[in-house]
Design a protein around this ligand. Structure first.
Ligand code: PXP
Length: 241
């Protein structure tokens, strides 16, 4: 079964809403790990709307499992990842200033060379690299070319699956299964996330090629009502059923 990386961005969203010093995403990360999360994810956005630079530095010291930093492929972010603290993993994501959340995967067909250069630079500096991509076999084929002798992972964007209803959800799940299988056949590490919650996570966590799920909004939303420890436990239970 897949392990769970908890994204604590929206703990910081609550803090930034009042420019306060609480709630603390680092404290949330500690509780999430105690509750069974295998690691912690944060997205340091260029506009710093939730997670701040110092959060990442402190998380580096506190997180015991894998610290995964989501970021755009900009020079600013690459320098930050290398200078701040070297997270265990960087997940490269597209970023648009006006978006509410990450809207889709990276376009490796159009920008594969640039993304490959960034991935190699990070990997040469000892950081594992994953790229966020839509469940499209052409993206996996391009990533396999880019990989060369690098150890590379990819995170399947599960948003279309999460928002689909009825038979549409089965269609979207089939796409995820197809790219998970293709990814593993091509020697890539396979992760997934976006929009997952306790109602829809089961079929995705059951896909054997997927090593890790990256879940944030649903867990933090639930944590507001029942606490972070209970929210993480609930998600782990849903992943196992
Ligand atoms: N994966 C990526 C690349 C993301 O950008 C996000 C949202 O920050 C997630 C996973 C988690 O999505 P959600 O908050 O909907 O669980």
């Amino acid at each position: 079964m897949a392990v769970l990386s908890v994204n604590v961005d929206h703990v910081a969203t609550l803090r930034q809403a009042r420019q306060a010093d609480y709630p603390d995403p680092v404290e949330a990360a500690t509780i999430a790990e105690q509750a069974g999360a295998s690691g912690i994810t944060v997205h340091l956005r260029s506009d710093r709307r939730h997670i701040q630079d110092q959060d990442v530095r402190t998380l580096r010291q506190v997180v015991h499992g894998k610290l995964n930093l989501e970021m755009a492929t900009t020079d600013e972010m690459v320098s930050f990842a290398l200078d701040c603290c070297k997270p265990d993993q960087v997940t490269l994501v597209p970023e648009r200033p006006e978006e509410v959340t990450t809207e889709g995967g990276l376009d490796l067909l159009g920008h594969g060379d640039e993304i490959g250069t960034v991935a190699k630079h990070l990997a040469d500096n000892g950081i594992s690299v994953s790229v966020f991509i839509d469940p499209d076999p052409r993206q996996i084929e391009r990533l396999s070319q880019i990989r060369g002798d690098l150890t590379l992972g990819f995170e399947i964007n599960t948003d279309s699956y999460s928002t689909a209803r009825g038979a549409g959800r089965d269609t979207e799940l089939a796409k995820i299964i197809e790219v998970a299988e293709l990814g593993m056949e091509n020697g890539l590490l396979v992760y997934a996330g976006h929009g997952l919650n306790t109602d829809n996570v089961g079929p995705v966590s059951a896909i054997p090629q997927i090593e890790e799920l990256n879940i944030g909004h649903a867990i933090v939303s639930r944590a507001v009502l029942i606490g972070m420890e209970a929210a993480v436990s609930e998600m782990l239970t849903a992943m196992a059923t």
